[in-house]
Design a protein around this ligand. Structure first.
Ligand code: NAD
Length: 498
């Protein structure tokens, strides 16, 4: 059994709070180790380490800074397989999916190698006689991130890479459910040449999070997790003057137009609905066929596919998806399926009774499929975060469009169609942050930004892409004048360009 402490000042340190929590292996329900839960004093220690070294890191020229990222990429590639296995064992997702988790994180690291370019300011020569104006982007100082269990490599990397590339020091509070990969990431950054103390990991729960939110030396907080916590963190961080971007939960719809290629659509729904056991913020959890005939064709094709989904332990590379992350998560998702039945939805495929032979204590369930779900049902309104797909039938395109537009969440959405007019209209009018046209999980590539609307995202700037460099820097604008021999005397009127 491993004791996981914190990573502070360039080394692993044991927790001193006296509080810890079990880290489980979802595929068989065994305890892998214990993770320390930091006290406010331990968070403060991480912040002090970060604060002490940040000015020197910021003074390191940007190209040298990004060389650390380049070396980091090389080091991760050397241990890709073992890192993916570690991730899969703690999270529950399959090893191929864990590799995808790491890869999507590395793609942001790759884009952050362009940080010296992205941080360049602007310059206007001769804005007035003898007057030049220029702007510069400077790091914020010490910044922090609080991340969820479901992408223990990708989401920390989306935050750490741009923050470090811009010259900030970082304190990461990863999910207490799967802390090992973030800890290893911090070690690999150190091995890649990052000075000790620039990146710290404090493990913990609400106590550590609150200490981060109240620390006056932390200038910005990036959060990803469920909506109630996102709202809480955004409120408390901004109340104390911190910059904050907080991304929350989701309910992602996939609209199926009558002209959609039905086989492609079904493939898309199966992969995006059930991959990673539905524990993705961009998972499709609602299918919206337009018209009765489309709905009937869709459901007929979906049923056998959901029934034949292969559930397996994380180490089985041929499994479609693995167990849920915890026993509580499994019970919560099954509870939602019970609720759907009570609410009057038609349960076409019931995965609640599934047990994995040889892994009876793992947190498994089979795929579930509901038909005739209606917008007033809680299984439609709330995020289930499990392998459950709901079909909500719409009579017309306008009725279908209204569903994601009226929904509380606005993370991702997709339309499957061959009609360019419908697709273009949909992309323009849908009230959701990330849109797919014949693409079921429209997670933007690393050089575009990622972020949901409405209750899926709080704050003005998105993750990765150009917004990341804006979020992790502050702009300073300099107006300079070099009058040669001109004497104006004192000026009492506000200077203008007249
Ligand atoms: P969570 O909200 O339970 O936890 C996220 C983080 O917040 C963790 O680090 C946790 O320790 C901390 N936390 C939990 N409770 C807290 C509290 N009361 N006070 C302060 N901090 C607290 O989320 P999760 O279960 O780890 O992740 C799943 C959720 O994340 C889903 O809702 C999913 O949609 C969402 N998510 C969103 C995105 C996105 O980009 N929008 C991406 C991934 C996951």
């Amino acid at each position: 059994m491993e004791d996981i402490g914190h990573f502070i000042g360039g080394k692993r340190v044991a927790g001193t709070s006296g509080r810890s929590q079990d880290v489980m292996q979802p595929m068989d329900g065994t305890v892998r180790g214990k993770v320390a839960l930091a006290s406010a004093a331990e968070v403060r220690q991480a912040v002090e380490n970060a604060k002490a070294v940040q000015p020197e890191w910021a003074a390191t020229n940007p190209q040298r800074r990004v060389r650390v990222l380049m070396k980091f990429l090389e080091l991760v590639h050397k241990e890709y397989d073992s890192l993916a296995e570690l991730l899969a064992r703690e999270h529950g997702k399959t090893i191929p999916d864990a590799k995808g988790d790491i890869q999507r994180g590395l793609e942001v690291v790759e884009v952050c190698i362009g940080a010296p370019h992205m941080m360049k300011g602007e310059y206007t020569e001769g804005a007035g006689r003898g007057i030049d104006v220029y702007s510069m982007r400077q790091p914020l100082g010490v910044v922090a991130g609080i991340t969820p269990f479901n992408f223990p490599a990708m989401i920390p990397l989306w935050k750490i890479a741009p923050a470090l590339a811009c010259g900030n020091a970082y304190v990461l509070k990863p999910s207490e459910r799967d802390p090992s990969v973030p800890m290893r990431i911090a070690e690999l950054f150190l091995d890649a040449g990052l000075p000790a103390g620039v990146l710290n990991v404090v493990n913990g729960d609400k106590v550590a999070v609150d200490a981060i939110l109240d620390d006056p030396d932390i200038k910005a907080v990036g959060f990803v997790g469920s909506t109630p916590i996102a709202q809480y963190i955004y409120g408390r961080a901004t109340a104390s003057g911190k910059r904050a971007q907080c991304f929350g939960g989701a309910k992602n719809h996939l609209i199926v137009m009558p002209d959609a290629d039905m086989d492609q659509t079904v493939d898309a729904l199966i992969g995006a609905g059930y991959g990673s056991a539905g524990e993705r913020c961009m998972a499709v959890s609602v299918a919206v066929p337009v018209g009765k005939e489309t709905a009937d064709r869709l459901v007929e094709k979906l049923i056998p596919r959901v029934e034949s989904l292969k559930v397996g332990p994380s180490t089985d590379a041929s499994a479609d998806f693995g167990p849920l992350v915890t026993k509580e998560a499994l019970e919560r998702v099954k509870g939602y399926v019970d609720l759907g039945v009570k609410e009057g939805a038609k349960l076409l495929v019931d995965g609640r009774g599934f047990t994995m032979q040889g892994y009876e204590d793992g947190y498994y369930m089979g795929g579930c499929l509901f038909d005739e779900v209606t917008p007033d049902m809680r299984i439609y309104k709330e995020e289930i975060f499990g392998p459950v797909l709901s079909v909500v039938r719409a009579n017309t395109y306008e009725e279908a469009l209204k569903l994601p537009n009226d929904h509380e969440y606005g993370n991702g959405v997709a339309i499957f169609t061959r009609d360019g007019d419908a697709a273009r209209d949909f992309a323009a009018r849908v009230e959701v942050g990330m849109v797919g046209v014949n693409v079921p999980i429209p997670v933007p590539i690393a050089y575009y930004t990622f972020g949901g609307w409405k209750a899926s995202g709080f704050g003005d700037l998105n993750q990765h892409g150009p917004d990341a460099f804006r979020f992790y820097t502050k702009t300073k604008t300099v107006t300079s004048r070099w009058p040669s021999g001109v004497k104006d005397g004192a000026e009492f009127v506000i200077p203008t360009m007249r």
